[in-house]
Design a protein around this ligand. Sequence first.
Ligand code: KIV
Length: 280
Amino acid sequence: MSANTQTPAITAGDILALKGKQPIVSLTAYTTPMAQMMDAHCDFVLVGDSVGMVLHGLPSTLGVTMEMMILHGQAVARGLSRAMLVIDMPFGSYEEGPEQAFRNAARLMRETGAAAVKLEGGVEMASTIRFLVARGIPVMGHVGLTPQSINTLGGYKVQGRAEGGAQVLDGARAVAEAGAFAVVLEKVPQVLADEITAAVPIPTIGIGASAGCDGQVLVVDDMLGLFTAFKPKFVKRYGDLGVQAEAAIAEYAAEVRARLFPAAEHVFADQAPSKTSPKD
Ligand code: KIV
């Protein structure tokens, strides 16, 4: 166990208090260096279960385990001293009921130092959220497209169109009434996102939702152009690092094959091997 036991500078209460004041900034992170780069710029950093698809090559988030979340949560915690750390509860770790959810949420927080958990679901998860919050676990909700339910939703479709909007709105209301400090709205129509933002007293964090949400979150590898298997419409590429990385790898490979790397400045000593100190 190697939890970051530092008290985070930004707390769930601070995020809640930002509603209606200033937009909340968030990205996902899975590693220490990324978390370090985000710490000064994000209000909270999410260790999303998207890690399974983005870093582990899984076809969906369903195969993500508690152990994977803990490993990446610990790495991210080491990179943060200011931004709040929120961690996703993986599929199967909370849906059975409040006690199972508490056991696994407490483990995630204890072993990573995360200050809150995020879980997917609306009305059906309200009693679980209430149970966790009453026992000291800040919870972020997640409604609209809930990727852990793709098998019942029938894919990664926009949620809440036409009469489906009421269900998403009811879900966001239920999550807020249960005590969540914020709720992610994923892949819902803009007008619905704006309606929910006006209807609930907690910040809405949009991803494929609306600029009118109280905050935004993106998957970092999407916005940096590092994950290119597919690009949802709602992703804006702020960088093209995948292309740059592949070009660098190709240049390295060509230089190794041409014996151009390593060059003189990359090698040590010019003494005969017998005189070389083993510490060189
Ligand atoms: O896992 C994830 O990346 C998410 C998104 C909402 C950012 O939950």
